[in-house]
Design a protein. Structure first.
Length: 427
C-alpha cells in the first residue's frame, strides 16, 4: 500500500514539472497566431470508481491532459478547435490505465448576410463512471442525457453540419444533419448509431407574432436490441407583449417504429408558457403541459410536462434555479434505458470572492420512471468547487462531490463520493 501511495506521489511530482516548465516558457512566449497549447494535471479520489451497489472499490486516479486550442475569426467566419488527450493512471488498479481523448470543433462560414454553413463535431473516449452528452436545439435550448457507464471504456462521436438561410431579422429556414456513433471499447454495453435529418423554419409575421416548425427523421441501429425508425414534428406559436415578455404554446408529436420483437409507440405533448426578463440580468421562464405515450400493446404512460427556471447574473454572483419534468429518451448510452418519465430539480450558484477566486455549489434531485423493464430511480447529488487563478496562465481548482442513486431494481443503486484537484496551465 505504501508503495502505491509513493508511486501516486511520484506521479504528481512529475506532473508538476510537466506543468510549470512549459507554463513558464509560455508566459514569455505569449500567444501565437491563435494557438493555445495547454496542459492540465488532475488528481482524483473516488470511493466507488465502478459505481457498484455492493463491495465498492476506491482508487486514486492521476491524469495528465496535454491539449491544444486554436481560435480564429474574421468577416463572416469563425473557427474554434479544442483537443486534449488524457493519460489516466490508477494507483490501485493499474489494469484500468487508459488513454482518453476529448475534442470539439465549432465553425461557421457566411457566404453573404443570408446564407451560412455551420459545422460542429465532438469526440470523447473515456472511462468516466457517468457518461453524458448535450444536444442543442434550434431555439437555443439544450437536452442533456446522462447515464451510468459502470467503468466501461466507451467512444462517442457526434458530427453535425447545418445550412441556414436568413430571410428577415428573425426569419430562418435551416437544415441540419446529425450522425452520432457510440461504441463500447472495453466492458459490457450496447453499440449504437443514430442518423438524423432535421429541417427547421422560424417565421415572424410581425414584431409580436411568430411561429416555429420542426420535423426530424431519424434511424437508430443497435448491436443487440431492435433497431427503430423515428419521426418527430413540433410547432410553436409565440406572442410578444413587449421586448421583455412573451408567451408561447407548443405541440409535439413523436413516433418510433421498432423492428420485431420491439414494441412501437408514439408520444403527444402539449404545453404553454411564458418568458419574462425582469432586467438585463434576471430572467424567468415558466411552462406547463401534459404528455401521453401510446404503446402498441399495453397501457399508456403519461404525466405532466413543466419547466420553471430563474437565472440571475451579476458582477459577482450567478445563480440558476430549475424545476422541470416530463419525458425523455435515452437510447444511445451503454445502459440504453429508453423512454422514461422524470422529475428534476437543480440549483447552481457561482460566487466570485475576488477577481481571480470563486466558489460554486450545485445540487440536483431527480426521479425517473422506466417501464421496459419497470423500474424507478431516485437520485440526488451535491458538488462544491473552489477555483483560483494566481496567474493569467495558471488555474487551480478543488472539487468535492457526492452522488447517490437509489433504484427499486436490484443492482442499479450506488453511492459515490469524489474529490478532484486540478491544475491547468495555458500559453
Amino acid at each position: 500500500m505504501n508503495r502505491k501511495r509513493t508511486g501516486w506521489l511520484l506521479s504528481w511530482i512529475i506532473a508538476a514539472v510537466l506543468v510549470f516548465a512549459p507554463a513558464a516558457f509560455g508566459a514569455v512566449q505569449g500567444q501565437l497566431y491563435g494557438f493555445h497549447p495547454y496542459i492540465t494535471i488532475q488528481g482524483e479520489y473516488s470511493d466507488n470508481v465502478a459505481l457498484t451497489e455492493e463491495h465498492p472499490t476506491s482508487d486514486f486516479i492521476t491524469t495528465v491532459y496535454p491539449g491544444l486550442k486554436y481560435n480564429t475569426e474574421g468577416g463572416g467566419y469563425t473557427f474554434e478547435l479544442d483537443y486534449q488527450m488524457g493519460l489516466n493512471f490508477y494507483a490501485s488498479n493499474s489494469e484500468n490505465n487508459y488513454i482518453s481523448h476529448q475534442g470539439s470543433l465549432n465553425t461557421y462560414y457566411s457566404f453573404n448576410p443570408r446564407w451560412t454553413i455551420r459545422l460542429t463535431d465532438s469526440l470523447i473516449r473515456s472511462r468516466e463512471g457517468i457518461e453524458s452528452y448535450t444536444l442543442t436545439t434550434w431555439t437555443g435550448g439544450q437536452s442533456q442525457i446522462s447515464s451510468s457507464s459502470f467503468e466501461n471504456l466507451y467512444l462517442r462521436h457526434i458530427f453535425e453540419p447545418a445550412l441556414d438561410y436568413k430571410f428577415g431579422q428573425e426569419n430562418l429556414a435551416a437544415l441540419r444533419y446529425r450522425n452520432m456513433i457510440y461504441r463500447i471499447v472495453e466492458g459490457e454495453g450496447q453499440d449504437s448509431t443514430e442518423n438524423l435529418i432535421n429541417p427547421h423554419l422560424a417565421y415572424w409575421f410581425n414584431i409580436r407574432n411568430g411561429v416555429t416548425l420542426d420535423y426530424a427523421f431519424s434511424t437508430a441501429d443497435f448491436s443487440k436490441d431492435p433497431d427503430w425508425v423515428g419521426s418527430d414534428a413540433a410547432g410553436s406559436y409565440f406572442y410578444r407583449f413587449n421586448p421583455r415578455t412573451k408567451v408561447f404554446g407548443t405541440y409535439a408529436f413523436s413516433k418510433r417504429d421498432l423492428e420485431a420483437p420491439g414494441i412501437d409507440y408514439s408520444v403527444h405533448s402539449l404545453n404553454v408558457g411564458m418568458e419574462h426578463a425582469f432586467s438585463s440580468t434576471l430572467n424567468l421562464k415558466a411552462a406547463l403541459g401534459w404528455f401521453r405515450q401510446e404503446i402498441e400493446t399495453g397501457p399508456a404512460f403519461e404525466g405532466p410536462v413543466y419547466n420553471l427556471s430563474m437565472t440571475q447574473r451579476s458582477q459577482r454572483t450567478n445563480y440558476a434555479l430549475t424545476l422541470y419534468g416530463g419525458f425523455r429518451e435515452s437510447y444511445f448510452t451503454s445502459e440504453r434505458l429508453g423512454f422514461s418519465r422524470f422529475n428534476q430539480a437543480e440549483a447552481n450558484v457561482l460566487y466570485k470572492l475576488r477577481e481571480r477566486l470563486s466558489v460554486g455549489l450545485t445540487g440536483t434531485l431527480g426521479r425517473d420512471e422506466f417501464h421496459n423493464p419497470a423500474r424507478t430511480d431516485l437520485s440526488w447529488g451535491l458538488t462544491g468547487i473552489l477555483s483560483y487563478q494566481p496567474l493569467k496562465w495558471l488555474t487551480v481548482s478543488l472539487e468535492a462531490s457526492t452522488l447517490t442513486r437509489d433504484s427499486d431494481l436490484s443492482g442499479f443503486s450506488y453511492d459515490r463520493n469524489r474529490i478532484l484537484l486540478k491544475v491547468m496551465a495555458v500559453y
